[in-house]
Every structure is written in C-alpha cells, then in structure tokens.
Design a protein around this ligand. Structure first.
Ligand SMILES: [Zn+2]
Length: 415
C-alpha cells in the first residue's frame, strides 16, 4: 500500500516536471488588454509561456506562484515595427553604422548590438521589427534560442535601396527579393524615396515598385516601404503592405491608404529628437551632414500636422514604429509621449498602436499584442497610469516575455 503511494507520488512529481515550471499568477488591479479595453481586478494565469486564462483578482490557483502587480498598470508587451537594432556608436562615441564600424572590433560591435537588445526589452518592448541589417540575423537567432536577453526580432536583413534605374530591371528586383527570402528575411523593406535629408524624392519607378511588392507578396513576405511625397501613392498602387514615414505626401493619400488597407507607420518625434540629441556623434559619419540636420528640423512641424490628420482618418490603421537608431534604444517609449502630445492621439490610441494594431501589421495578432487566453505571455507593467499621464510609459517596472520574467521592480518599496 505504502509502495503504491510512493509510486503515485513519484509519477505525480514526474508529471509536474514534464509540464515545466510552476504556473505564475499575475495579480493586477488594472489591466489594459491591448485592444482598447480596461479590465479591473483581474489576475492573469501564465503557464508554459502562454496566457492560460484570466480569473478574478481574488481567485486562488493552487500551485501557482503569485506575482503581485496591483500597484502598477499591466498591459501586453509593446511592439515596435520599425527599428534599426544593429545601429550603434563605436568605442570613440561616434556613429559606427549597422555592422562592424571603422576602427572597432567585431567584439565591440556585437556587444553594442546585444546591449541595444537588452535596453529595448528592459524598456518594455518584447517584439521589434528591424528593417534591417545582416547583423540582425545572429542577434535574432541568439535571442530566440534564449542565449541572450532581448525582444523577439523580425528582420528585413537586406533592404532594397531604390537607386533609380541603377536599382535594376523588374526581373533583377524580383531576384533580389527572392534572395532575401532565401536568406531568412521575415519581411521586405523597400526604400522608394531618398532620405528626408536629401529631399525625399522617389528612387524607384512604378514598374520597379510593382516588381518589388508583387514578388514579396508571392514569397509570403510583408513589404514595408519607406516613402515620402508621391511615393506613398505609388506604394499603394503597387499593392505594398505598409508605408513608413509618409512625410510630404498630399494629405488625401491618407484616405487612399485606408481604402486599400495599407498599414501606416508615421513617427511623431523620437527619431527627430534622438538625432538632435546626438547630432555631434552623427555629424561627419555615415553621410550625416549639417544641411541634412537642418532639413530634419524643418520638416518636423509639417510631420506633426500630417500625423494629426492621420489620426483623424477613418479606417486608417496607424502602427507604432519609432525608427530607432543609435542613441534611441531604451528610450523607445518616448514615442508614445510624442504621439499624444504632438500627434493628437489619446493615450489609449497610442498604446493600442503598439499592441493589437502593431501585432496585426506583423500578422501575429493571434500570438502577441493582447492579453487573452492562448496568446504568448508577453506582459509588462508600468508605475502609474498612462491613461491619466502618458509619461508613465517611462517607468516600466515589470517585463515578462514568453512567460519568463526579465524585470520585476514591483516588489521594491514604494518611494
Ligand atoms: Zn528606418
């Protein structure tokens, strides 16, 4: 009899081990579900990296480890659909590019990229899309393997840079897209305009853009098109998936994007402010010039007007992309504050742009971006309530990604 009981206990223990670590119950007073709803006094049960169910805050779940987040505002991990995670400053403090920069060792470059990844996760971003660099691939894969901490990374690896006729024939462009797919790209990034520092003029013909977005679609790759002015309409006509930036376009093109279900990723401020904060580190490196900086200072106010009009455009899905480059990692949440203060979004609209809407633009809305049973347990919490004061997004106190807790300041005594 006793032997049977011991055997039973043994098999129970074995069963528990086979199921992985104990479930975690996150007790919360305020939960933003990522889709625009606020849940009160709800606990989130997490098991094996997944949200299993939501229960009343007072409910007990036997065997679960309880993490008390009742002093914080809980929400899905944020998603940034436009980053350049490999960009970094070299040991001399100057912009070193997106690979191994001049005068730096590969060891320095890759540690700088790993530091970008950790700063990003620590700031509440559990998924980012990098648009992109070949250096993203080992970083993406090391994080996915659990070897180093960082956000889940999707990467374009090798953007298609529009260079007018020199970009190639439509056939050559289709081959380039196919090669990027074969290299393991998660999406295709296409530059259809020169940078705003160089006037933002189109750099691809309609036929070239049609080839790029058409081939990517056949390959099952989403297309993110860097487009200013008339290039926005060209991207819509080419059947591209998402438009980045959008400055200098006729504002009527906002409704055009909405009608064609093209996602829109404008930036409200962080990218500009970060460049201005780090101007000395960029100037003279990687093509950054004083006149280029002057052009950015000039376009920012017009960009605000475009952003506000985009928010008012019915049916247009605005997603959260910061265009973070060297200097911005760890500060991505500043973009929420710009979106509210300069861009005219409500705090809830700004937050949903980085949760459900961003997830939808990655076609991952069934995996991330909401707090609901069956989704990945990517959950963060901030001190204060961002619906009342958007600057609360600066105070990320708890970060869980895939059920693993990377940061938990919740237990710290209140100041
Ligand atoms: Zn960019």
């Amino acid at each position: 009899m006793k032997a049977l009981r011991i055997a039973t206990l043994f098999f129970l223990a074995l069963g528990a081990a086979a199921q992985g670590p104990a479930p975690v119950l996150l007790r919360a007073a305020t939960v933003l579900d990522g889709r625009g709803r606020v849940l009160h006094n709800t606990s989130i049960l997490v098991e094996n990296g997944t949200i299993v169910r939501l229960v009343p805050a007072s409910a007990a779940v036997p065997g679960a480890r309880v993490v008390d987040l009742r002093g914080l505002t809980v929400m899905p991990g944020w998603i940034d659909v436009h980053e350049h995670i490999a960009w970094h400053f070299g040991a001399d403090g100057h912009f070193a590019g997106q690979g191994v920069g001049r005068g730096e060792t590969p060891e320095h470059a890759f540690l700088a990229m790993a530091a970008n990844a950790w700063a990003t996760l620590n700031a509440g971003f559990t998924t980012i899309q990098s648009v992109g660099s070949p250096a993203d691939v080992p970083l993406r894969d090391a994080i996915a393997a659990g070897a180093i901490p960082g956000p889940r990374i999707l990467t374009a690896i090798r953007p298609l840079a529009g260079r007018g006729p020199r970009t190639g024939t439509p056939a050559q462009i289709r081959a380039y897209v196919d090669q990027d797919k074969a290299m393991g790209a998660d999406l295709m990034k296409i530059f259809a305009s020169a940078s705003i520092r160089q006037g933002g003029t189109p750099t691809l013909s309609q036929a070239q853009l049609d080839a790029a977005c058409g081939e990517a679609k056949r390959d099952g790759l989403r297309t993110l098109v860097h487009a200013y002015g008339v290039a926005v309409k060209m991207a819509v006509n080419a059947g591209c998936f998402e438009v980045e930036h959008g400055m200098l376009m006729p504002l009527s093109d906002l409704a055009l994007m909405a009608r064609h279900h093209v996602f829109f990723d404008p930036q409200a401020g962080l990218v500009f402010q970060n460049y201005f904060n780090h101007q000395r580190q960029y100037l003279g490196h990687g093509g950054y010039t004083a006149s280029g900086f002057a052009a950015m200072r000039q376009v920012w106010p017009a960009d605000d007007a475009m952003f506000r009009q985009a928010v008012q455009t019915s049916g247009l899905i605005i997603v959260f992309g910061t265009d973070s480059v060297a200097g911005a990692f760890g500060h991505q949440a500043e973009e929420f504050i710009y979106r509210v203060r300069r861009g005219g979004m409500t705090p809830m609209q700004a937050l949903v742009s980085a949760n459900y809407s961003a997830a939808e633009s990655l076609r991952m809305q069934d995996e991330i971006g909401s707090i609901a049973p069956g989704l990945d347990a990517d959950i963060i919490a901030v001190a204060g309530n961002p619906l009342q004061d958007i600057t609360a997004v600066r105070h990320v106190a708890f970060v869980m990604k895939g059920g693993v807790i990377y940061k938990n300041d919740a237990a710290a005594p209140a100041r």
